[in-house]
Write a protein that binds this ligand. Structure first.
Ligand code: SF4
Length: 417
């Protein structure tokens, strides 16, 4: 039914829309009407933009312009309420986008309102309770899949979005890395994920407080122009505040500098994962190009705004980077930086050779950092049973449709052994 589009409204900013309507001989306020319809009302077809005259809509369609809305192709629900979406685009490619109704606790300690909430909400664990966070029954799944219309508005939901189809960075503990990179997403495809999830969940910023993390598939700083354009559209079009967005980079140093100069930008998170070059190069081969010294200089020179902290993400791998001496090295590396550390016990997955560290190891690591004056939080994994947690995003069609994983998607996660 759908003709290939020559251009999509989703992904166009105010200036582009103004140019589009004036080229068609329409008054400039039509651009504002399209902006409102696409980003706020989240229409999926031109016919739904009822504020535009029928003739203009037909003209747009005839010239190959469409909304370009993202399609939800599949939806997997975790026992903890996390929803993993497979979102498809016009060329048949797809990415994963994750909805965490209670957030992921990742904002804890970053000085923001959301951070204070996350700390008091129990979404960050105090070390010894860092593991086995999954409920022991699947009761209530139906309610989560089909939320009642009159439910209480979510207060700290987080959407984790993808920036590329696959990823080229090759972090050794990451399932997405196994895909390689297929292509960059356009700005419209990045924003489209958010619009599709907001619509499906029946929520709308700014009335609903939505946090956004660019931590899904891909390295946002390797798709920089589209990522930055999408960030602007999310602020100006969709209505999500900058301070509610965080981008995570594996450490593309030149882009960190460029990013610091942006007028509108999310907060910065750096995926650290190792305290020295030898170990980091083993876990993240890109460290050969931009080593820890270069990375830390960029982090120290990063222009932080009021109440802004850099987040360092550290995935703990049993017996590899979770030793007390590693924690002491991390503390040394980060000394004097306005930062905090999010510790993430490895989310296991097929094809990943590492193991999840014990809860005691995680707690010990956290205590050493805290003892050195560095705020450190243990992120509770969300949606681990449906492979939606950090480092686990890989195209559903390639992983989760295996009969074995389909079964896991509807059962509580078995304890690791
Ligand atoms: S952890 Fe992030 S940057 Fe590294 S391979 Fe996975 S998706 Fe890419």
């Amino acid at each position: 039914m759908s003709e290939p589009l020559t251009s999509t409204l989703l992904g166009m900013g105010r200036d582009e829309l103004t140019a589009l309507v004036s080229e068609a001989g329409e008054p400039s306020y039509r651009g504002k009407q399209i902006m409102e319809a696409v980003y706020r009302q989240r229409v999926e077809t031109l016919e739904e933009i009822s504020t535009l005259p029928q003739g203009f809509r037909e003209k747009l369609a005839a010239s190959g312009v469409g909304v370009g809305a993202a399609r939800i192709e599949q939806k997997l629900l975790s026992v903890d309420g996390t929803v993993r979406y497979l979102i498809g685009f016009g060329d048949g490619q797809s990415v994963e986008t994750v909805w965490m109704p209670e957030g992921d606790g990742g904002e804890a300690g970053d000085g923001s309102d959301a951070g204070v909430e996350a700390e008091s909400s129990g979404l960050v664990a105090s070390g010894a309770e860092a593991q086995f966070p999954m409920p022991d029954s699947d009761a209530g799944l139906e309610g989560l899949l089909h939320p009642p219309q009159n439910r209480v508005r979510p207060g700290r939901s987080t959407i984790c979005i993808s920036s590329q189809v696959g990823c080229a960075v090759d972090c050794q503990f990451c399932l997405t890395a196994l895909l390689g990179v297929k292509r960059n997403l356009t700005a419209g495809e990045i924003v489209g994920q958010v619009c599709a999830v907001l619509k499906d969940q029946g929520v709308s910023p700014p009335e609903d407080r939505i946090n956004l993390v660019f931590m899904g598939m891909g390295e946002p700083f390797l798709n920089y122009e589209n990522f930055i354009k999408a960030s602007r559209l999310l602020v100006e079009g969709v209505g999500i505040a900058e301070r509610r967005m965080t981008v995570s980079t594996a450490g593309i140093v030149p882009r960190i500098r460029e990013f610091g100069e942006e007028k509108i930008r999310p907060k910065l998170a750096i995926s650290l994962n190792a305290p020295n070059d030898e170990l980091r190069t083993r876990l993240m081969p890109l460290n050969k190009k931009w080593n820890l010294e270069m990375l830390m200089v960029a982090a120290r020179e990063f222009p932080l705004r009021t109440r802004e902290w850099i987040t360092f993400e550290y995935v703990l791998l049993g017996g590899v980077n979770d030793l007390p001496e590693n924690a002491r090295e991390v503390a040394e590396l980060l000394r004097g930086l306005r930062c905090k550390v999010n510790l993430i016990a490895l989310n296991p997955g097929p094809g990943i050779e590492f193991t999840t560290p014990s809860a005691e190891r995680v707690a010990a690591f956290q205590n050493i950092l805290r003892g050195a004056g560095i705020p450190a939080f243990v992120r509770r994994p969300r949606g681990r049973d449906i492979y939606a947690a950090c480092g686990q995003l890989k195209r559903t069609v390639e992983v989760a449709t295996s009969p074995e994983l389909q079964l896991q998607a509807i059962s509580p996660l078995a304890p690791e052994g």
